[in-house]
Unconditional design. Structure first.
Lengths: 322, 477
């Protein structure tokens, strides 16, 4: 029995020791590795988009003193042609659609370029309404291991350990540490305003789960607790930035069910409670016509993009003078 | 509170163990029993405080029934009547919470009525503790066990390691252990073995089952668009997920109970290596099979009343087994499938033609997989679609395996390399009986320290993921 007693105690000691040593080693390792290499091509492309949009934001700040920012994920990247809107209205319109896979991180990027007097229009993807600040999704992790040096200061030790494991996984997956540089073809997919312009026509055979956006699956009851969007709204209010919410561009089958309508009402209620005006309704950004979708239910093609841009041209004048 | 949560592993369990053995060290055995009951009820109430009265009411009722059966409070009523009333009330109690809305739904459907659904929330583990208590009153009636004191009985029902998902234990194997003074003394061998089993269970659940669940859930949520290979990956993922999930829970339950010096019976014995469907049920959820055999099959007449009645009894047992699992036609179909398969299996045995082992295994394994389709699907029509998709050779589409991956990536569940490494390891573990061998040969040696620490670190790595959230499949029953 004595040897079992010794075994039990030694096992507990080794376990506790491992629980301390392994995390400390991983945290130090990830701190050392973040930003040392370009681990992923996807992250490089996202960063390219962010830099492109930041440059445009800077240009508007200097020239106009304010800007109108369409801010959300790829539904805006694909669904808004800010160059077209700018040319038609001469308004400083910025397409700040990045990638909703970055979840709450996109708010911290947006906060960097916004200033007093700006107008923000948010056609946020439905998935954002269930995300909280504490999770690091895989797409964000992929981005942060290369471009998250500053942001990593904000991460908790547990999140850093998660990031370390993600980096290990990434290196195993790609079999190399340094990703290939972005090709000219990829870089030419956006115009100088940061709008996606390589969305011509419809990609054939889009899988059903990517084609239809299901609202009810994405939206639980919207709360304020630990909620990045809520914090972002408070940031805008504090800094005298006007915000409007609206429906994202999305493709949907036929009509909306009662559950979907209820889920959508939850979103509107959330904005209402937080003093944010909502432009349009459930069908504002929705298309039932497959011919307007590019390769994913949230991605408009050139035809869908033009239609949506025209819609915003119609209402932008009113918003600017509110 | 789940076994696979920090709160349980780092706070609840250590505190309960330390206080329990300290109380016993000072010979406060009664208080130590009360302590275990209180923490078990706290464990149960941590899900939903409102359910506490339900389990307490059930315990009081069945203890009272036991008192009536033993004649301790009333001699005049016939024991058979008491037993019958006791069983009926237990079944009504279970039926009210579990099947009311299912019944209304079917009445509305069949008779084109529009009865409103009742606002009934099913208390956790109701099937487990109700079944266990029915078994208890039957055992009292048959005088297999003596009526214990109220505290021991309450502990027998509420003992937290096996309260939520079993194993379903019998009074005769558990009650003497709760009464024995030998179980009150710290036993380092049991603690070490218990820790090892707990770790094995956690590893199965957190590393294997949770990984597979992502693939199974992603597949089951898009049944309409799966190719043949994708369908099989979905089905196989669920098959292994449910095994690792449930057997992982059972290992944890047995391990934790062992830390308290309580031996709980095994629930699994490598079911996926079974060579026929009867063999499968001797290896899968053993304590439920045992319970159904002793308390349903044998009372119905077992195999004593001729061949036809035997087959009827087998069918009824599996039908009840399906209904026990849940209020849905999918579970009923699952039960019926197993019932019919068992009958066919028996009929085949009458032919005395021995099938090659590999063929026997393959047929059994494929059948079990197909039956899980009905068990896991949200409706019969979804299950039919998935089954047809599994059989649709025209939609074979081998190159789409990468497309499959991309699709699952879209659901946010992709980790391309991980399954490729883990799945062969799982298959090795299943067919090599790795965990059972390690348990049988358990010795207090450094290699076991390594196993425990390695598995625990893997578990904690998964638990610290900010978005980790996972429950057990069998909790819903």
């Amino acid at each position: 029995m004595k040897e079992f007693k010794r075994f039990f105690i030694i096992t507990l000691i080794v376990f506790v020791f491992s629980m301390i040593v392994a995390p400390v080693a991983l945290i130090n390792w990830i701190d050392f590795m973040i930003g040392r290499h370009h681990y992923s091509k996807t992250a490089d492309y996202i960063n390219y988009l962010i830099e492109q949009k930041n440059a445009k934001a800077q240009e508007y700040n200097e020239k106009y003193g304010y800007k109108i920012v369409f801010f959300s994920g790829s539904n805006t990247l694909y669904g808004i042609n800010s160059k077209y809107i700018h040319e038609k209205t001469n308004l400083p319109v910025l397409n700040y659609g990045i990638h909703m896979g970055l979840e709450h991180y996109i708010f911290s990027e947006a906060e960097k370029i916004l200033k007093a007097g700006d107008i923000v229009i948010m056609p946020l993807e439905f998935s954002i309404y269930k995300k909280n600040n504490s999770s690091i999704p895989s797409q964000l992790a992929e981005y942060l291991v290369t471009y998250g040096k500053d942001y990593s200061q904000k991460l908790t030790p547990v999140q850093k350990i998660g990031l370390a494991f993600y980096l290990i996984r990434l290196i195993i997956q790609y079999h190399k540490i340094e990703a290939d540089p972005l090709s000219e073809e990829i870089l030419s997919q956006t115009n100088d305003f940061g709008d996606f312009i390589a969305n011509k026509g419809v990609v054939p055979d889009i899988q059903n789960n990517r084609k239809y956006i299901n609202i009810t699956e994405s939206i639980p009851k919207v709360t304020n607790k630990n909620f990045a969007l809520y914090d972002f709204i408070q940031f805008c209010k504090k800094n005298d930035i006007t915000i409007f919410a609206t429906t994202p561009f999305f493709y949907h089958k036929n009509t909306f069910t009662k559950a979907e309508k209820n889920a959508f009402e939850n979103i509107k209620t959330f904005y209402e409670k937080n003093g944010v005006d909502f432009i349009g309704d459930i069908d504002t950004g929705c298309v039932f016509d497959e011919k307007k979708v590019y390769d994913f239910g949230y991605h408009a093609n050139d035809s869908g993009q033009k239609e949506r841009s025209d819609y915003f041209i119609k209402i932008l004048g009113n918003l600017v003078f509110i | 509170m789940l076994f696979n949560s920090y709160q349980f592993l780092l706070i609840f369990l250590p505190i309960v163990l330390i206080v329990y053995f300290l109380l016993n060290k000072f010979r406060l055995t009664k208080i130590s029993t009360i302590w275990l009951i209180v923490v078990s009820l706290y464990f149960y109430a941590s899900w939903n405080f409102k359910f506490l009265w339900i389990i307490l009411a059930s315990i009081l009722f069945n203890y009272f029934t036991g008192l009536l059966l033993t004649g301790k409070i009333c001699h005049r009523i016939n024991n058979k009547i008491i037993l019958t009333i006791g069983i009926i009330i237990n079944i009504l109690f279970l039926g009210y919470y579990k099947y009311t809305n299912f019944l209304i739904e079917n009445i509305n459907g069949i008779f084109h009525q529009n009865f409103n659904y009742m606002h009934v929330i099913m208390p956790l583990a109701i099937s487990f503790f109700t079944f266990q208590q029915i078994a208890y009153i039957v055992d009292i009636y048959k005088q297999k066990i003596k009526q214990p004191d109220f505290l021991t009985y309450t502990l027998f029902i509420t003992f937290f390691p096996r309260l939520m998902q079993g194993p379903i234990t019998r009074g005769e194997e558990m009650l003497p252990q709760f009464l024995s003074l030998r179980t009150k003394v710290i036993n380092w061998k049991n603690l070490s073995l218990g820790l090892f089993l707990l770790t094995v269970g956690l590893f199965k659940k957190v590393v294997f089952a949770d990984m597979l669940s992502k693939w199974a859930v992603a597949g089951l949520s898009q049944i309409d668009s799966l190719t043949m290979i994708e369908s099989w990956i979905t089905v196989l993922s669920y098959t292994f997920q449910i095994y690792f999930d449930f057997s992982g829970y059972t290992d944890m339950a047995i391990g934790i109970a062992l830390m308290f010096n309580i031996n709980v019976p095994q629930n699994f014995n490598n079911p996926y290596i079974a060579l026929d469907i009867q063999d499968f049920w001797r290896r899968w959820h053993i304590t439920l099979s045992r319970c159904l055999k002793d308390y349903v099959y044998i009372p119905l007449g077992g195999n004593r009343k001729g061949t036809f009645r035997t087959y009827c009894n087998i069918f009824w047992v599996f039908l009840i087994c399906g209904i026990w699992h849940g209020a849905s036609w999918t579970y009923i179909v699952w039960g019926i499938m197993h019932g019919i398969a068992s009958i066919i299996n028996r009929l085949y045995k009458l032919l005395n033609i021995e099938m090659p082992k590999f063929a026997a295994w393959l047929i059994t394994f494929v059948f079990v997989n197909i039956s899980w389709i009905y068990f896991s699907a949200s409706s019969i029509s979804s299950a039919n679609k998935l089954l047809l998709s599994c059989l649709n050779i025209l939609n074979f589409d081998l190159p789409k395996i990468y497309g499959f991956d991309m699709r699952f990536r879209a659901s946010g569940h992709s980790w391309e390399i991980y399954p490729l490494i883990i799945i062969p390891i799982m298959i090795f573990f299943i067919f090599n009986n790795f965990f059972r061998d390690k348990l049988t040969n358990f010795k207090p040696k450094p290699v076991y320290t390594f196993y425990i620490v390695f598995m625990m670190l893997a578990v904690f790595y998964n638990l610290v993921k900010p978005d980790y959230s996972s429950t057990f499949i069998y909790f819903q029953f």
